[in-house]
Design a protein around this ligand. Structure first.
Ligand SMILES: [Cu+2]
Length: 143
């Protein structure tokens, strides 16, 4: 009986860890693989609800700060920190690197191909080159 309980707990642990969602990785770079300065790679990532994304600090001095999201997520990581977020709500998540936002270091996570909050993102705060980059990322989305 004691063993049954342990097996049950192990199953619970296994399923809670592994059964839902894939994990994707985005790198934070001084230069991405195409030579672009101060860029996330990939800048646009399409995932499904329940998936998670890990941002890897390939170069130091970058973070992620959520700007617009379907669930008004308030999140900001520390510079140089590896961070993982799980995405449950469909929609577009627009984030940036706080120190390099004016340089256009931004990214989009699209959950379940849901564009329902795209107008909110179009009209959101994007200083300097972020506005240019944001417009070009939104333009490049599959229609
Ligand atoms: Cu940065």
């Amino acid at each position: 009986m004691k063993h049954m309980k342990i097996i049950f707990l192990l199953c619970l642990f296994f399923f809670s860890q592994n059964s839902f969602g894939a994990n994707y990785q985005v790198t934070m770079n001084d230069r991405d693989s195409a030579g672009n300065r101060l860029a996330f790679e990939k800048e646009i990532l399409s995932i499904s609800s329940g998936d998670s994304v890990t941002w890897l600090p390939v170069d130091k001095g970058h973070n992620i700060e959520m700007v617009v999201s379907p669930n008004n997520l308030k999140f900001s990581s520390s510079a140089g920190e590896e961070v993982t977020l799980k995405f449950e709500d469909p929609g577009i998540y627009y984030y940036r690197c706080s120190p390099h936002k004016s340089a256009g270091m931004i990214g989009l996570i699209i959950v379940d191909n849901n564009y329902s909050n795209i107008e909110q993102i179009k009209s959101s705060n994007a200083p300097g080159r972020a506005k240019i980059k944001l417009n070009s990322l939104l333009e490049s989305l599959p229609k």
